[in-house]
Design a protein around this ligand. Structure first.
Ligand code: UP5
Ligand code: MG
Length: 196
């Protein structure tokens, strides 16, 4: 595929750890194209005529991981569109891979990641942020019931992916407990250490 020479950085962390917030900073300062797997799934869910709409809706509300074929296809389409339109091949892939099979399939069939930026944050902090955002976000999963399910999936299904990448020394960990500016300072420091 045309995305063979792309630079990909995965961005992982629990629900509400600040992935989207920090990606916006990195887009501004480093010229990355930001692709949030969750945003792409929500767009696909709302696309008239999508055959996956109802399925995606159920998975997101239940905090479950949508079958990887759907998500990987959406990501590949978005990567190719970006490359064709702007020539930009630097990608932050946010909220993905969150299951082992996705990690293997993407790195095998699309492109291996340079590293994973991992936001480490206590559940209590993430819960407060999500409930607060839920007052205005309109997101179907920003409620107590869905949040509990999202945390469970994160611990059981996504942390093993982070641990696997950690074993081959490809995780850059940032403490995401402090305010957004302080977290971003640490992100910048780590990026320069990685030579990005
Ligand atoms: N905020 C951010 N940083 C802050 C800070 N440092 N201090 C104080 N407040 C901070 O931030 C969340 C909220 O916290 C915001 O109000 C922000 O202002 C504030 P945000 O940057 O949005 O955090 P983020 O980590 O992006 O949280 P998000 O809710 O997007 O994380 P999720 O991982 O839960 O959501 P995502 O969209 O990635 O996935 C949703 C669902 O899609 C999944 O549960 C799953 O069902 C499905 N999905 C798949 O099936 N497959 C995939 O590959 C990906 C997703
Ligand atoms: Mg997000």
């Amino acid at each position: 595929t045309s995305d063979g020479q792309a630079l990909v950085i995965f961005v992982l962390g629990g629900p509400g750890s600040g992935k989207g917030t920090q990606c916006a900073n990195l887009v501004r300062d480093y010229g990355f194209k930001h692709l949030s797997a969750g945003d792409l799934l929500r767009e696909e869910q709302d696309r008239p005529g999508s055959e996956f709409g109802d399925m995606i809706k159920t998975y997101i509300k239940e905090g479950q991981i949508v079958p990887m074929e759907v998500t990987i296809q959406l990501l590949e389409n978005a990567m190719n569109a970006s490359i064709e339109k702007t020539g930009n091949r630097k990608f932050l892939i946010d909220g993905f891979p969150r299951k082992m099979d996705q990690a293997y399939a993407f790195e095998d069939k699309v492109v291996p990641s340079k590293f994973t930026l991992f936001f480490d944050c206590p559940e209590k902090t993430m819960r407060e942020r999500l409930l607060n955002r839920g007052k205005t976000s309109g997101r179907a999963d920003d409620n107590e019931e869905s949040i509990v399910k999202r945390f469970k999936t994160f611990v059981e299904t996504t942390m093993p992916v982070v641990e696997m990448f950690e074993k081959d020394g490809r995780v850059v960990k940032v403490d995401a407990t402090a305010g957004p500016e302080e977290v971003y300072k640490d992100v910048r420091k780590q990026f320069s250490r990685e030579g990005v």
